[in-house]
Design a protein. Structure first.
Length: 257
């Protein structure tokens, strides 16, 4: 064969063990960077959906009060008479849950596009944080219906009251709805004491080196119709204020029961 003839190509060289380990290490490093970012993006999406839900609930509350002489919807602070339609349900909570009526018996349901007393899965999603999953507190608790509770200050934390105050009696920046702590027991009706807590579904709820919650919080809706994210640190600070944006009963100077 002439000396300048082309030689056939041989088989490609295999990876050495060191090279293979380097490739694996690079892939692991990339996954370590990408997975937390993807998880954070998913959580941001859930928070955005949660915020949108609360925006719809507070907007529906304003539509309700416009049709009802500027009186805010009843918070379903027990007991709720069968003839009285509170924001989340009407009548006996156990019956509403067992019959799987969702929030369809509540006063806000028609303002969200639903037909009264007719369940609808699409509308019901407005009442549910996408991260709030079963099991719930009990088979007959209101967390079967909603992830959000109204501030019991609407009726002055008074179980004998079934008429909320007119909207102008509340601080515009006071907090009307929030994502209630899913681990607490305050799911016996449609409203809550502020000290029954803020949910732990969003962000990290561990203590940092300073002994404070790090990167955790939830969305709240204000009486003025706006919604915003609040940290657990801010929520806990607000709990100490009487009156304040949580303890905001219009029936008492200190805003509490």
């Amino acid at each position: 064969m002439p000396g300048n003839a082309l030689q056939p190509h041989g088989r490609g060289r295999a990876f050495t063990l060191i090279e293979l380990l380097i490739v694996i290490a690079i892939i692991a490093m990339l996954l370590g960077i990408l997975l937390p970012a993807m998880a954070k993006a998913r959580e941001s999406g859930k928070i955005a959906l949660c915020t949108n839900n609360l925006k719809q609930l507070i907007a529906s509350s304003h539509m309700y009060l416009n049709d009802n002489k500027d009186v805010f919807p009843d918070p379903a602070w027990l007991p709720v008479p069968k003839k009285y339609r509170a924001w989340l349900y009407t009548g006996n909570l156990n019956t509403v849950v067992s019959k799987k009526l969702g929030a369809s018996t509540g006063s806000l349901w028609p303002y969200l596009g639903g037909e009264a007393d007719q369940p609808h899965d699409g509308i019901q999603k407005t009442f549910r944080c996408p991260s709030h999953k079963p099991p719930f507190k009990s088979n007959a608790s209101s967390d079967n219906i909603t992830s959000y509770l109204m501030n019991g200050a609407v009726v002055g934390f008074n179980s004998n009251a079934h008429t909320a105050a007119r909207i102008e009696r509340y601080r515009p920046d006071a907090w009307a709805f929030w994502e209630t702590d899913e681990q607490k027991t305050g799911w016996n009706d449609g409203s809550s004491f502020p000290d029954e807590g803020l949910c732990k579904r969003h962000g990290q709820s561990n203590y940092n080196a300073q002994g404070r919650y790090d990167n955790s919080g939830a969305t709240i809706a204000r009486f003025d119709g706006s919604c915003l994210w609040v940290s657990r640190i801010l929520y806990d600070q607000e709990l100490k204020l009487r009156p304040g944006r949580l303890w905001c009963s219009p029936y008492k100077d200190t805003g509490d029961p």
